[in-house]
Design a protein around this ligand. Structure first.
Ligand code: AMP
Ligand code: MG
Length: 492
């Protein structure tokens, strides 16, 4: 009989020091909370089997699927700027990889599957609240079109985990292009393990950057390509008001996906200094700091790669600087191009970044809701009477009126009719994001009352973020007070 999940385990074929072979720890009473059927099909898996008791046992870590070779991967990382030479999967296990319908290799990982040799003092478990948050927000990001890890399933364990209080436990099945992080490179660099570093770089080139492998200087091309994807990714975050919250180098994927949804959150009222994470006391990972932090992390990746770039260190440093030099322009182009599309401007003119920047400045001064401002602008683009829906978001509505005159002048220079411009704007300005107050309500219902209806509702509405869904209008509303003062906590 053919195995239910056609695992291949290319990472487990790398040298032994890349990981620890570890079995998941079974849980008391696995119960499937939700299965992502569409994703299962895309991975070539049978959703009915996955949802069956036998499938659920695998998604809970109670049984190992045929062909799976579970491993906890080793990595290091800078956490809030401080280097930790060994982190690793402390509560996650890579079950293996599958080739999806498009022939892409994807990791299947359990998160919350019990202790590993990398757990340090942790219990290796995950609480239900953070599992549902990651499920919902990563799926919302995917629906927004932003590269991200995906959620295949959430399973309740029937066990409690000890945090500040006792909380219900859960296991998330996460799908990723890979789980290789900047910190994975740092792990080998910190040990002067050049052979390991080279094996990892070659693996990443083959898996994620085959075109760079053919370049004259493959490791230089690798660094430049990782930087390019990261520049695009962070621009996409900013354009929807996403704050990752804990951009440590161990939480940055070299494949360019958003990964590790812990204290992440979407901004309500716009302000570039917005921070939600309770542990980010110095605002290191504030909304507007994300591009600089991405570059800082890439500089740590460059440092780790130095021995591969050139045997002569000064020359290697020059190579690294050269490879990273395109990050800034690439980010600026992606960000300003994206802002223009949000404003319904298909072409780019010299004054456009100032026009967009002035709107953002006014939004910050007037505590305007980020998502609603742009969504409502999409209506105002077609009908000036819809201006009221935008201006009322500003503490001083006349600030918008003055800016709107300039916007309309610029709009008039664009080809196309108002209806098609408005449609183009709606396609990039979501009506629905995972609003923090709704995410909190959803978690409270699930944790306090085992009521998963709000989770299902939110998941459904966030799957179509760019469509007006009148019956879900309440999910588009901003919280009272602009969400200022909202706090998130690390997923542990
Ligand atoms: P994170 O903040 O989730 O990115 O995790 C940082 C590090 O702490 C990683 O090495 C995790 O594997 C580890 N870790 C987080 N939570 C736990 C836990 N409950 N048990 C064991 N290790 C954990
Ligand atoms: Mg992490």
């Amino acid at each position: 009989m053919k195995p239910q999940i056609p695992f291949d385990n290319s990472y487990a074929r790398l040298p032994d020091r890349f990981f620890a072979r570890t079995q998941p720890t079974p849980v008391a009473e696995p119960q499937l909370i939700h299965l992502n059927r569409a994703l299962a099909l895309n991975l070539g898996l049978d959703p009915d089997w996955l949802a069956s008791p036998a499938g659920t046992e695998i998604l809970a870590g109670n049984r190992i699927a045929e062909g799976s070779e579970p491993i906890a991967t080793a990595y290091a990382g800078h956490q809030f700027g401080n280097f930790v030479p060994q982190l690793g999967d402390g509560r996650a296990l890579l079950l293996g990889e599958v080739l999806d319908r498009d022939g892409q290799r994807r990791d299947i990982q359990l998160k919350g599957s019990g202790p590993t040799p990398f757990s340090r003092r942790g219990d290796g478990r995950a609480a239900l609240g953070p599992v549902l948050r990651e499920y919902l927000v990563s799926e919302a990001m995917a629906a927004l079109g932003i590269p991200t890890t995906r959620a295949l399933a959430a399973v309740a364990t029937g066990e409690r985990v000890v945090r500040e209080t006792l909380l219900p436990g859960a296991v998330l099945t996460r799908i990723a292009a890979s789980h290789i992080r900047v910190g994975t490179f740092q792990f080998f660099a910190a040990r002067d393990d050049i052979a390991g570093l080279r094996a990892l770089a070659d693996y990443v080139l083959e898996r994620h950057y085959p075109e760079a492998r053919a370049a004259e200087k493959p490791y230089h091309a690798l660094l430049a390509e990782v930087a390019a994807r990261q520049a695009e990714l962070v621009a996409r975050w900013l354009l929807v008001g996403f704050i990752h919250g804990v951009m440590n180098t161990d939480n940055m994927s070299v494949a360019g996906e958003t990964i590790d949804y812990g204290p992440c959150a979407f901004m309500d009222a716009y302000h570039p200094r917005t921070v939600f994470s309770s542990i980010d006391q110095h605002a290191r990972y504030a909304y507007g700091a994300q591009p600089q932090i991405a570059l800082w992390n890439l500089s740590r990746l460059a440092e780790a790669l130095l021995p591969l770039l050139d045997p002569d260190e000064p020359r290697a440093v020059t190579e690294a600087e050269e490879a990273l030099s395109s990050f800034g322009p690439r980010f600026e182009a992606a960000f300003h191009g994206g802002l223009n599309r949000k404003l319904g401007l298909a072409t780019m003119q010299e004054g456009d970044p100032v026009l967009a920047g002035d709107l953002l400045k006014l939004m910050a001064e007037n505590q305007a809701d980020f998502t609603l401002t742009f969504r409502n602008l999409s209506r105002a683009c077609e009908a000036a009477e819809a201006d009221e829906a935008v201006r009322s978001l500003f503490v001083d509505p006349t600030a918008y009126d003055r800016w709107a005159v300039r916007w309309r002048q610029r709009q008039a220079e664009e080809p196309g009719d108002a209806a098609s411009k408005a449609a183009a704007m709606r396609a990039v300005n979501p009506a629905f994001i995972p609003r923090n107050h709704r995410v909190e309500e959803m978690i409270e219902a699930a944790v306090e009352r085992a009521d998963f209806a709000p989770f299902e509702d939110l998941l459904a509405v966030l799957a179509r973020p760019y469509d007006d869904q009148p019956m879900y209008a309440r999910y588009a509303e901003a919280p009272r007070g602009g969400g200022i003062g909202y706090r998130t906590f690390c997923g542990t």
